[in-house]
Design a binder for this molecule. Structure first.
Ligand code: AMP
Ligand code: MG
Length: 277
């Protein structure tokens, strides 16, 4: 059972086929209770990941303006242990970044063994906003799908568990959320005329997302489409997918900890014997 749609292989997807308001027929309270339990499990799994240092985890968050990337960071990622988990936000690239290949600034932020890294936007902007606004010629952004696939293969081969979430909201929901921000002074800091301008390119973004998701999904770095019109369901879906991605490694991590523990106990024992002499 899964609350997200997992894209693997070169499935040609159409975002219209996915209901942004899907909620698996759960009630809000029920979903929130499940999410709390999943986050408890995640905290436990994170401590094993951190101690075993066999894998790292990369979570990519992508979605249109107001799709809820910040909400996921607060509600699902916030409770994790900050010693082993942090966020990199990718904004308009600096002059220095633009003087390098597009993955240069990204690669510097990938997670070390034992760590979880959340990308708040990512290298995918280089085939999304860059494409929609013609920031580089088509022959340049088109070649990036292969570069991205090779890059993610390299990370996966180096022990990184990769999950890429597309937060799927409808156009109406976006309008509601943008208008909501105008009514609430605590949300004023999020106001941006740019969001209304980007909204005019809604269909082109849809096309760019569909291509990115279709060209760059694999078993080792799947795209997961998250129904995100209901914030409480979005949080549940992401917590659930994360737990499901980490759980298969649990026994391996426990075994690693057991082995390193035994080695250290033996060293302590030998030390004690020696100091008795
Ligand atoms: P926000 O997520 O609201 O802080 O906005 C960050 C902005 O940076 C968004 O408008 C992104 O589209 C933009 N951005 C991120 N990566 C790139 C990139 N590689 N090229 C151009 N713009 C980008
Ligand atoms: Mg924004």
């Amino acid at each position: 059972m899964s609350y997200v749609y997992r894209v693997v292989g070169n499935d040609k997807i159409s975002l219209d086929d996915f209901d942004a308001s899907a909620d698996a027929e759960l009630e809000r309270e029920e979903a929130e209770a499940k999410t709390i339990k999943l986050i408890e499990e995640l905290i436990e799994l994170q401590s094993l990941l951190y101690a075993a240092r066999r894998h790292s985890v990369l979570v990519v968050l992508q979605g249109r303006d107001t799709s809820g990337k910040d909400g996921v960071l607060r509600k699902v990622i916030g409770p994790l242990d900050s010693r082993g988990c942090d966020v990199s936000s990718f904004k308009v690239p600096s002059e220095e970044a633009l003087a390098h290949d597009f993955l240069w600034r990204i690669h510097q932020q990938t997670p070390a063994l034992g760590h979880i890294k959340i990308f708040n936007r990512s290298h995918y902007e280089d085939v999304l906003v860059v494409r929609v606004h013609n920031l580089v010629p088509e022959e340049v952004w088109r070649r990036r799908y292969d570069h991205i696939n090779n890059f993610e293969r390299l990370l996966a081969d180096s022990g990184t568990v990769i999950l890429k979430f597309y937060l799927h909201i409808s156009k109406d929901e976006q309008e509601e959320r943008l208008l909501e921000r105008e009514k609430d002074s605590t949300k004023y800091w999020k106001l941006s005329v740019g969001d209304w301008k980007e909204r005019e390119h809604w269909d082109y973004y849809t096309k760019a997302y569909e291509d990115a998701i279709s060209h760059c999904s694999s078993e080792h770095a799947p795209w997961l489409i998250v129904p995100a019109n209901k914030k409480w369901f979005r949080n549940l879906a992401i917590a659930h997918a994360l737990r499901d991605a980490l759980l298969p490694h649990k026994d391996h991590w426990l075994q690693t900890l057991e082995e390193t523990g035994r080695r250290e106990l033996q060293a302590i024992e030998e030390y004690r014997q020696k100091s008795k002499r």
